[in-house]
Design a binder for this molecule. Structure first.
Ligand code: ACO
Length: 439
């Protein structure tokens, strides 16, 4: 879709950083003053950052020869993170992480987002990124553009001292509780985070789809930065590191917020990702943060639906589980993306895909795969086994949304008896997809 008259899309240079921050504050209202935000590091990759500019009459300028001077202002922005090894079932592929999407309230609802999305897809095709992924500020925005809800996460409020099932070896590990220091902990955090996504369970070869890592220096810097303006009454960021023989086996970052009630202390512990490389380290981490003095409850941030804590808690109901939407996936190149992941069963299926926004994806595709092995996808004129739109394909892509569940909502149509069962089984994955941070 073209931009409305008067608007132009440009690659935004770093020299316009301050305008970008101002626009971001217009689109995401914040209690932090824009002047403060301008001093903070930015997570963006500039070559992948675009702006939409518009010319408006300049009230400060003096007309020359009767012509009204104009000035160019920023009406909208979008950017994407370069995930060169984004985990999908059984593989890691290049994915664009769409982010910092914003349209100034003055310019909204006239098609600017739609034009920016088309530009983003064109950029993905040019860079060979077969998939775009995002976190949605509002869940109703992105389905129309072909993004499907591909991962959900678990939110818990765990009572302090909640009983955990025992795990052998947990007590033998050592624990360091320190203030997070990028120079001391940066590499440790980065390394363990990557390893946790590649081996989330003792079963070999089963990765965690969606577990994006902070690959660029900019993302790493922002992750470990701890600006006081964003603490919201909480303490500076701390870290728990669990070690075995001096070797780190797990970590979580956390902050406490003190509060007092009639019955005593009611502090809250909020964590970042809780990452353990083996059951004993995971148990020791949770035991540590569940038993901090003056606290009342622990709120881990965005954990996987199958996080070990769900199986460790003797009384999971007391943790008041809730789910929320996590990563949304848009398949930009159907044959490329489908051939890049692995499937849990042998498959030979013809999928009929509709995708009005990217017509190159439309039509029938034969997917042939060996269980946990290679897959091929070719265009075919054969009759389809299943019909679905690219949105449903994106939802099922990371293995966390069942094609059978989508069919039961009328979103996937089965033409050949038995094909839905085969497809839903093969597209599933033993480990729940999730991203541990909002990008
Ligand atoms: C990946 C991320 O970065 S998520 C962050 C998204 N950004 C924000 O939420 C910041 C605040 N909001 C905004 O900046 C803007 O309102 C945006 C980006 C959400 C939408 O931008 P606009 O230029 O107004 O969208 P545009 O005019 O292209 O609308 C396209 C369609 O989406 C719909 N739409 C736009 N925003 C929303 C919304 N928040 N909820 C539901 N539908 C929406 C429009 O109604 C329109 O529907 P139609 O095609 O049926 O007519």
């Amino acid at each position: 879709m073209a931009l409305p008259d008067g608007y132009t899309q440009i690659q935004l240079p770093e020299s316009r950083r301050d305008e970008l921050i101002e626009l971001d504050h217009w689109t995401f209202p914040s209690p932090v003053d824009p002047a403060e935000s301008k001093k903070l590091p930015l997570p963006l990759t500039w070559e992948r950052t675009r702006g939409v500019v518009v010319e408006t009459p300049d009230p400060d300028a003096v007309p020359i020869d009767g012509a009204v001077p104009v000035r160019q202002s920023l009406a909208a922005i979008h950017s994407s993170y370069p995930f060169s090894r984004f985990p999908v079932p059984g593989a890691e592929i290049p994915v664009a992480g769409l982010t910092w999407v914003g349209v100034h309230p003055q310019h909204r609802r006239r098609g600017i987002l739609s034009a920016m999305i088309d530009q983003h897809f064109a950029d993905c095709v040019e860079r060979g990124e077969t998939v775009s992924a995002l976190f949605a500020a509002e869940a109703a925005i992105y389905g129309r553009f072909g993004y499907g809800l591909a991962a959900q996460d678990l939110r818990l409020t765990v009572p302090r001292g909640a009983t955990l099932r025992p795990v052998a070896g947990s007590e033998d590990l050592t624990v360091r509780i320190e203030t997070l220091d990028p120079a001391v902990h940066g590499e440790l955090v980065s390394d363990l985070h990557v390893r946790a996504g590649r081996q989330p369970t003792p079963a070999s070869g089963i990765n965690r789809p969606g577990w994006a890592t902070r690959e660029t220096d900019e993302l790493k810097t922002v992750h470990l930065d701890d600006p006081a303006a964003f603490r919201n009454g909480r303490e500076p960021r701390r870290i728990v590191v669990v070690e075995s023989g001096g070797e780190p086996r797990g970590y979580t970052t956390f902050r406490r917020k003190v509060d007092w009630g009639h019955t005593g202390p009611r502090g809250t512990v909020s964590t970042g990702e809780v990452v353990g490389l083996d059951p004993a380290a995971t148990h020791r981490l949770w035991s540590t943060i569940l038993d901090l003095d003056l606290t009342h409850e622990i709120e881990p941030f965005m954990i996987p639906l199958d996080d070990p804590i769900a199986s460790l808690l003797v009384d999971p109901r007391a943790a008041a589980p809730k789910i929320a939407d996590n990563v949304w996936v848009r398949i930009v190149d159907v044959p490329g993306a489908l051939a890049a992941r692995t499937y849990t069963t042998d498959l030979d299926l013809v999928l009929h895909v509709t995708d009005p926004r990217l017509p190159a994806n439309e039509g029938s595709w034969r997917l042939t795969a060996t269980a946990f092995g290679p897959a091929t996808v070719v265009r075919t004129d054969d009759a389809p086994d299943l019909s679905l739109s690219v949105t449903e394909l994106g939802a099922a892509y990371l293995g966390g949304t069942s094609l059978a569940a989508l069919a039961s909502a009328g979103r996937v149509e089965e033409h050949t008896a038995g094909s839905l069962l085969r497809a839903a089984s093969g597209f599933g994955w033993p480990v729940a997809p999730v991203c541990s941070w909002v990008f």
